[in-house]
Design a binder for this molecule. Sequence first.
Ligand SMILES: Nc1ncnc2c1ncn2[C@@H]1O[C@H](COP(=O)(O)OP(=O)(O)OP(=O)(O)O)[C@@H](O)[C@H]1O
Ligand SMILES: N[C@@H](CCO)C(=O)O
Length: 316
Amino acid sequence: MAVYTEVAAETLRAFLGTYNIGTLEAFEGIAEGIENSNFLLKTSDSKYILTLFERRVQPKDLPWFLGLMKHLSQKGLNCPQPVEDQKGQALRELAGRPAAITTFLSGRAIEEIDEASCAAIGEALAQFHVLGADYKIERKNALSIEGWRPLFESCHGAGDDLSSGLTQEISKALLRLEKNWPQTDDLPRGQIHADLFPDNAFFQGKTVSGIIDFYFACTDFFAYDIAICLNAWCFKEDKTFLPTFAKAMIDGYEKVRPLERAEKEALPLLCQGAAIRFFLTRLYDWVNTPEGALVTKKDPLVYLTRLRYFSEVDHV
Ligand SMILES: Nc1ncnc2c1ncn2[C@@H]1O[C@H](COP(=O)(O)OP(=O)(O)OP(=O)(O)O)[C@@H](O)[C@H]1O
Ligand SMILES: N[C@@H](CCO)C(=O)O
């Protein structure tokens, strides 16, 4: 459950009084998610999502994230639109936390991933990349190649408690990635979502009705975003890679934005990077989340399996 900060109804009612979105009829904490506290608000006008930012999100980055959401939703991407208060501000403070209200999106996360949903998410990802092109301000990806080693070192060898020899295996993988990771100009880059997991995509039938959770978005290689999705969508029961899902995703992507040859060739390496990124943030959380916290810890070892798989292939 991800509600780290509670909000009293009276406080929320007063807060909503500074917007033009009706009066509060009901609100409830949302169980899903691990990063921020989220609430579903029902007002006399409509439904909204209130997010209180916790944990990894740096307050200085919030205007960039909210700006990107506004930009993409205005361009026609199905994503939450930040709601401005009566003074035109989307970023506010509530219960001592940075806070924002966004529009509510219909649909729900897919129950069973298949080729059709992979194709649809590939297409939606390419739309994200293309529509983000004229959002010009860059935000460095703090969870890319330069961030992984410090994150790993901050876990102080804790991986060995999960699986023996793991510290050595990850050290070797990091060295390999640091030696071979593409330079900034090597591949097309722009604004990427960087966390487009199945729980961050809503579907209505086979159609993507919304993309949420922009709080890892950043400026990086487009193909790295595909690598994240290949990791997150194209494995069966956490272990077996599903080439037909991957092909459907890449074909869906290329309907909107054809990939360059260099991007395709870089995919196995970028997929290893994506696997290590999610392995490391999960390992960090495994070590640092106190017992009894109201949040479900995610298993880092799932991404070790994926790292091993992508380390052994020469194409995806
Ligand atoms: N705009 C929205 N419209 C409808 N539901 C939403 C919206 N934003 C968030 N939700 C709901 O809130 C849940 C948690 O949101 P989100 O995934 O952004 O949480 P998080 O803690 O920030 O993220 P995560 O752990 O995935 O990084 C979602 O699974 C969804 O059910
Ligand atoms: N999508 C991430 C959590 C948010 O970064 C994971 O599954 O590890």
